[in-house]
Design a protein around this ligand. Structure first.
Ligand code: AHZ
Length: 309
């Protein structure tokens, strides 16, 4: 192939030739879709694949180093927030940071590793908006598989041009600065690849990266190896005296408490989902997901309020 096949927009520093690449002579014109044993792919150079990823990924990191909103955690609360905020304010640069390789948090299953997902009314309206089918059981609805909700909302969120998600990336710290009134304000997040973050005890000198944003929304779930991240960091930085600690299960108290309590807990930081139960000492609800959807939407409403004041 000619050099132009290898590099469509730039010249390589080393000139590859047909001889030193030892490639077959092939172009996009050779692509043949044939399922009778003669399927042929368009020819590519291996470096094209690397460059296709590297260029986009690092351009995204460069561009999103300054974001409008960072959402920490892509569980049911974080994704519901991203959907509502991304749709309502398409001009905002929204960056989701998710520690896990697989976004979705606990919302791939219902409860106790069972597949159906229960959503109390009126949160079924959000399922209708997303186009997720359900069975009506009167006070609540049931989605036949939690993954149907999570894959649907993920596909819609990721298709929004203003939303970027970086998964396998952990928030390791918060940027906390004084604002013009001398108040402590959360102004960004400190990030690292999760595999790096998990190895700080065994490897030295693995400094992190930063993203600044006027609004940070934290939805990292209840306490656990990765959970309640910002709430715990607020305690260790003195922004919060102590954790309220999640209380026992009470569905009827818990869901409205989480939705209605979703708010800017310190300037610049909105807390949503089960992380808020650790902050406020609210009950858990167990396997009903309407509270997470409502809390995510309320977090988006709070963010919009901040941008409008
Ligand atoms: O990987 C975490 C998960 O996907 C991610 N996360 C946690 N710490 C992070 C960090 N940086 C980046 N430092 C981080 N990402 O946050 C996501 C949290 O999702 P989740 O499903 O655990 O929380 P949620 O609040 O969205 O939903 C909670 C669902 C629950 S728990 C519960 C109960 O225990 O009673 N009931 C419900 C409905």
């Amino acid at each position: 192939p000619s050099v132009s096949v290898l590099t469509q927009t730039e010249e390589p520093s080393v000139q590859f030739t047909k001889a030193n690449l030892k490639t077959e002579n092939g172009t996009a014109a050779d692509a043949v879709e044939d399922y009778n044993g003669n399927y042929k792919f368009a020819h590519i150079e291996e470096a094209q694949v690397s460059r296709a990823m590297i260029k986009r990924y690092f351009n995204t990191m460069y561009e999103r180093a300054v974001s409008d909103v960072v959402i920490i955690g892509a569980g049911s609360a974080g994704l519901s927030c991203a959907y509502h905020l991304g749709k309502t304010r398409p001009e905002l640069k929204i960056t989701i940071i998710e520690a896990n390789v697989a976004p979705g948090g606990g919302a791939w299953l219902g409860g106790q590793l069972m597949t159906p997902m229960v959503v109390r009314k009126p949160a079924h309206r959000f399922l209708e908006e997303l186009g997720v089918p359900f069975e009506d059981e009167g006070p609540f609805v049931v989605v036949k598989h939690a993954a149907l909700f999570t894959s649907t909302i993920l596909s819609k969120v990721l298709a929004m041009p203003n939303i970027v998600m970086m998964n396998a990336t952990a928030v390791e710290d918060l940027i906390i600065r004084e604002d013009f009134q001398g108040r402590q304000r959360v102004s960004g997040v400190v990030t690292n690849w999760t595999l790096v973050a998990l190895n700080h005890d065994t490897q030295s000198c693995m400094d992190p990266n930063v993203i600044t944003a006027p609004v940070i929304i934290t939805a990292t779930g209840h306490d656990g190896p990765m959970g309640a991240f910002s709430a715990k960091r607020m305690v260790s930085t003195g922004l919060l005296k102590e954790l309220g600690n999640m209380r026992g299960l009470d569905m009827n108290r818990s869901e409205p408490a989480i939705v209605n309590g979703t708010r800017e807990v310190v300037p610049g930081l909105i807390m949503a989902g089960m992380e808020l139960s650790e902050h406020d000492g609210a009950n858990r609800m167990g396997p009903t997901f309407g509270g997470m959807m409502g809390s995510g939407i309320k977090a988006a409403v709070e963010a919009i309020r901040i941008f409008e004041t």
